[in-house]
Design a protein around this ligand. Structure first.
Ligand code: SF4
Ligand code: SF4
Length: 744
């Protein structure tokens, strides 16, 4: 339900709570907006808006379904036309100094003369070891671009599997404090995933090679980027024609690149001449979730290495640590006594001893074929679903964040002692700004992040990681990552002595020795414990509606798909006069509801990019969920129709006659603006009103269907559509709807 204010309004009397000139914010709140007070009695937004903390409500994670319109379990993600993505990449920085909502001040720019953070990953070199983990940040083309802009250089693309018609409950992400999800693999079809990955890589290249956009360093070694595929979950699926086609496309993306290149708008034709990568990926990180047994994993790896010529990393599972040790850590040391590991997680899938053997065999298998093999620590931890956040029917949920960091560091240390220092390790578990540098010091490549990038600031949190790494490198006098590994924990000498014994280099030994130190530090650090991870985002005593909110903008960066956006509206406050049309077509004006807009910037949702993961609801200070209460705009009439009966809007491309269609509580409306004649034509399917653009007073009615009695047209809806239409088309603020200019 994307239009609850309208419905709320429809259900309340004309002189209800918003009548009589009242704003929905109290005068005390409005007065406080001008101050910058932040104390225990107030809540300050990023823009300095301050609201009283007087009445705090416990966080209630609200409904999984609209009260009004039943929703299918999954919202459909719809990739944007490549031309629109390219247009937005070029126009948004000019209009609002941002790209897909990420402001320039959050873009990663390496410090001049700063350390060389480049790393080797398989047989490639990346500008630094950071990247988004396979998950919500690598699902769509714009996500990949955003990750790159924020500094990520090794992209672990979202897992592709043969079953690409999954049904996942919504909401599916809860990053309130530690991190739970019920996500799985790609929500796009396999062929769409290929298109998104190629399109994302092309956007990255366009960004890198555009001097007006990217810093010079992006065109040098610091901008080198590697794409790593993620596949699941069994050999049969991976060998299927569908997944093989995907692998072929990632190995040779020339055809897709050719197609997308031709879609680059002529205004940006210089981008058509860029040398886009066509061999997009030569490596796979294999997801071993869902009980994939050891021999199946081995056969998959042999197939990928031997027959597909790929470098392979196998994801390990936290329960490999063993029940006793894992639960001692989780419950006794960290204090997460409310979490119960699913018993089946211990018994199914890869076991510790099997994994040690498997790593040895597959390393030799890969080396014999000139490929590389490594391990990733780790998958998320499957625990019982002990709360009401996720929809019923999900007995388990996947734990990430702080506790997983301690568990996974401990497992990695243990496992590394078993397999030795030479096996390459990639790491992802509760990585954040504070532990990124010590994790890099363990020699892990890449170090990937998911949960922390879902928190306020989103992708914009990543530059902080890289700046912290630069500081940590400077502190030990390291000018390269190799030097940092040797010196971060003072292990250069010890590692050298171990290396002299043979079998591995000093660098590899330093990585292993550092892992033991980093794991021990993590276990001792109280910031990973339950008492320090109970804080939940604040809510103020206010509910979202179509227009107005405290405009904190948190919902924009926390969306991994860049679905939420801002648009401008003029301030407005007046009492509507509704139009009553009789069966003969004559009209009468009667008092209607009050229409009011008290904020100059509004929030909307680009529904094609929104999979209703729920993350923006988690961090929105007001109740209701931006993706539910704020107007949702679809990218095409087709996707708007397919989304029925959900409420939503679509702006139609008519250069001299912009139009908006809206579905509100299952009723459909259409509004066309004829600027040349300064009129609007507004219809509800039964009556079409022609309304003067200047004062909205002069009205003519045309019956579209026979009326059996008086028919009332709610002018509040007309004014709402009018403001939405002009707001989202205002190219002073670029969004996915107006980026291409085709709609205005
Ligand atoms: S808009 Fe909100 S619910 Fe939709 S994808 Fe983004 S964060 Fe998730
Ligand atoms: S919808 Fe919520 S998170 Fe978004 S700007 Fe408004 S108050 Fe902030």
């Amino acid at each position: 339900m994307r239009f609850q204010k309208a419905l709320h309004a429809l259900n309340r009397p004309a002189n209800g709570p918003s009548g009589g000139g009242e704003s929905r914010y109290t005068s005390q709140q409005i007065a406080l907006v001008t101050k910058t007070v932040t104390d225990k009695n107030s809540y300050a937004t990023r823009q300095g808006n301050v609201f009283p903390r007087a009445k705090f409500y416990p966080r209630v994670h609200i409904r999984h379904h609209s009260r009004y319109n039943p929703r299918p379990l999954m919202a459909e993600l719809i990739p944007a036309p490549f031309a629109d993505l390219v247009a937005r990449l070029h126009t948004e920085p000019v209009a609002q100094d941002a790209i897909f909502g990420l402001p320039r001040k959050k873009w990663f720019v390496p410090r001049p003369g700063g350390p060389d953070m480049s790393v080797r990953f398989h047989d490639g070199v990346a500008g630094n070891p950071s990247g988004p983990a396979s998950g919500p940040q690598t699902q769509m083309a714009q996500n990949i671009l955003l990750a790159f802009i924020a500094g990520a250089r090794i992209m672990e693309l979202k897992t592709v599997q043969v079953n690409d018609r999954l049904t996942i409950g919504r909401p599916c992400i809860d990053a309130t404090n530690i991190g739970f999800n019920i996500e799985w693999s790609q929500e796009l079809l396999v062929e769409q995933s290929l298109r998104e990955y190629v399109a994302g890589a092309m956007l990255v290249e366009i960004f890198r090679q555009s001097p007006g956009l990217a810093d010079d360093s992006a065109r040098g070694p610091a901008g080198r980027v590697i794409y790593d595929m993620s596949l699941g979950y069994n050999l049969e699926g991976i060998r299927s024609e569908k997944v093989q086609r995907f692998l072929d496309g990632m190995n040779d993306a020339s055809e897709m690149v050719r197609t997308l290149r031709s879609q680059i708008p002529s205004e940006y034709s210089a981008a058509r001449d860029l040398d886009f990568p066509t061999r997009l990926s030569t490596s796979v990180t294999l997801s071993t979730f869902h009980g994939c047994p050891a021999d199946e994993i081995e056969r998959i790896c042999e197939f990928l290495i031997g027959q597909r010529g790929l470098d392979v990393i196998v994801k390990m599972n936290p329960p490999m640590l063993g029940r006793e040790r894992l639960e001692h850590l989780l419950h006794d040391e960290l204090g997460f006594t409310d979490l119960t590991v699913m018993p089946s997680a211990y018994d199914t899938g890869l076991q510790y001893a099997e994994a040690v053997q498997l790593v040895g065999r597959l390393s030799a298998f890969a080396a014999a074929r000139g490929r590389r093999f490594g391990c990733k620590f780790s998958n998320t931890l499957e625990v019982a679903n002990h709360r009401q956040f996720f929809p019923p029917g999900n007995p388990s949920q996947y734990l990430s964040g702080q506790p997983l960091h301690v568990i996974t560091m401990t497992l990695t240390d243990l496992f590394r002692q078993s397999i030795g220092p030479r096996i390459p390790i990639s790491f992802s578990a509760g990585v954040d700004r504070q532990n990124f540098s010590p994790t890099v010091a363990c020699g892990f490549v890449p170090v990937t992040i998911c949960t922390d990038l879902l928190r306020p600031g989103g992708y914009g949190r990543l530059p902080g990681y890289l700046n912290s790494l630069a500081d940590a490198m400077k502190a030990v006098g390291a000018s390269t990552i190799d030097d940092f590994i040797l010196d971060a924990f003072g292990q250069r000498q010890g590692a050298g002595l171990r290396a002299a014994e043979g079998g591995a280099s000093a660098l590899q030994w330093a990585g292993l020795l550092n892992t033991t130190i980093a794991a021990e530090k993590a276990r001792r650090d109280p910031r990973y414990s339950a008492p320090q991870n109970r804080k939940i985002p604040v809510r103020i005593d206010s509910h979202l509606h179509t227009f107005d909110c405290i405009t904190c903008d948190k919902c924009i960066p926390v969306c991994p798909n860049a679905a939420n956006f801002t648009y401008p509206t003029p301030l407005s406050a007046f009492d509507c006069l509704d139009v009553v049309v009789d069966p003969g077509g004559s009209i009468q004006r009667v008092p209607g509801r009050r229409f009011e807009i008290t904020r100059e910037m509004q929030i909307a949702n680009y529904a094609d990019f929104c999979n209703e993961c729920g993350n923006c609801d988690t961090f929105c200070p007001e109740y209701g969920g931006p993706y539910i209460e704020k107007p949702g705009f679809y990218g095409s009439v087709e996707s708007w129709r397919r989304a029925a009966p959900r409420d939503g809007f679509v702006v139609e491309a008519r250069p001299d006659r912009p139009a908006i269609r809206g579905r509100i509580k299952s009723a459909e409306y259409q509004l066309q603006h004829d600027p040349a004649n300064s009129i609007y034509q507004w219809s509800d399917g039964r009556v079409e009103l022609t309304i003067a653009g200047i004062n909205h007073d002069e009205v003519r009615a045309r019956l579209l269907a026979g009326l059996s009695g008086a028919h009332r047209m709610d002018m509040w809806i007309f004014h709402t559509l009018r403001h939405l239409l002009h707001g989202v088309l205002d190219r002073k603020w670029i969004n996915q709807i107006n980026a291409s200019g085709r709609h205005s």
